[in-house]
Design a protein around this ligand. Structure first.
Ligand code: AVJ
Length: 338
């Protein structure tokens, strides 16, 4: 068995970013915005939601009564932590790689349980926000001083490079919170195939998937009464104003969310409430909006367990265990590499 002596967990962060903390490259952002707003059906990518204000708003979303996803997954992890920890740790030392770790509130349930079970592992949280990774590293140093932490700051795809560098070591990848839901079917297949290609026999992937349910329950989660989700969506325009010198008037756009129960896709848009023109300095262009023209900003996919099984099959994973909450709203699915 491979063992690693406990290292002090204030290792320097691995910074995969070229830009300062948390920010994506401005040029890449401008290029994506230009491409998206030049399309016939305008789009902006949900990956740009998460500047510091957007991350705060997402924290607020997670506390909403309508946003069942976080509570459901919390329940899964809390009620079944013994079984989950025992299953992922069944074969000795491993790296626990947490894609999109954030404040790791949910992962900490597992970390504490793994520690309690005296499992041998180190923790590799990965997140786009350097600030979040710095804070998490420090907090874990106090809360779980025995657990070695090696935070990685970067996007998923860059984190996968970390996986490749540690190819021969045992790994458990966490992809919690229904983050897979933002990918199109093709993107999620491609993503799972890449993850799979960096894993070896005995390695595992614990993935959080939001399940199909009453369409009204889903719709409410993305169109809350207090308007937090609307503010989260509109923040994308505020971010363009701030970082790219745009002059979007946030009062002239509104949030619209709609659920397609046959495709199992929640779709979010920003709607131009009038005919208007918006200048974006960093692009050096004016963009025209007709009245009620929309910008598509996000898809959140909902899956059946059959679909999850198919995704596993198509990407060469087998489902080891499906962990569900009492309502069966949300699944944490343990995929294994045979
Ligand atoms: C972070 C992608 C899981 O799609 O449910 C929440 C983001 N968007 N409310 C989701 C989100 C609107 C969230 N994920």
């Amino acid at each position: 068995m491979k063992t690693l002596t406990s290292t002090p967990n204030k290792l320097p962060l691995v910074e995969l970013h070229k830009e300062p903390d948390g920010s994506v490259s401005k040029a890449a952002f401008a290029k994506d915005v230009e491409a998206g707003l030049s399309k016939k059906n305008k789009t902006l990518s949900s990956r740009y939601f998460y500047d510091s204000r957007g991350s705060q708003l997402f924290q607020d979303i997670m506390a909403l009564p309508e946003y069942y996803l976080t509570r459901s997954e919390f329940e899964v992890l809390t009620d079944q932590k013994e079984a989950i920890a025992a299953e992922v740790a069944a074969e000795g030392f491993f790296h626990l790689i947490d894609l999109g770790a954030g404040d790791a509130l949910k992962t900490k349930i597992l970390l504490r349980e793994l520690h309690k079970q005296k499992q041998q592992f180190d923790y590799v949280p990965v997140d786009i926000s350097g600030h979040a990774m710095q804070e998490l590293t420090e907090r874990l140093h106090h809360e779980l001083p025995d657990v070695p932490v090696q935070a990685v700051v970067g996007e998923y795809i860059q984190a996968l490079e970390w996986l490749q560098e540690h190819k021969s070591e045992r790994k458990v990848v966490l992809f919690l919170g229904s983050n897979i839901g933002n990918f199109t079917s093709d993107e999620s297949m491609a993503f799972l195939k890449i993850v799979r290609s960096y894993l070896g026999s005995g390695d595992k992937l614990l993935m959080g998937m939001d399940l199909r349910k009453d369409p009204n329950t889903i719709l409410d989660a993305y169109d809350d009464k207090t308007g937090v989700t609307a503010a989260f969506n509109l923040n994308l325009l505020r971010r363009i104003n701030e970082e790219l010198g745009g002059n979007f008037d946030l009062n002239c756009f509104s949030h619209y969310a709609t659920y397609d129960p046959q495709a199992g896709v929640m779709r979010s848009y920003l709607v131009s409430r009038k005919r208007q023109e918006v200048w974006i300095e960093a692009i050096g262009k004016m963009f025209s909006f007709t009245a009620w023209e929309t910008i598509h900003t996000e898809n959140s996919h909902k899956y059946s367990l059959e679909q999850a099984q198919e995704m596993g099959k198509a990407t060469n994973f087998s489902i080891e265990t499906v962990f569900l909450d009492k309502n069966q709203y949300f699944a944490d699915i343990l995929f294994a590499v045979k």
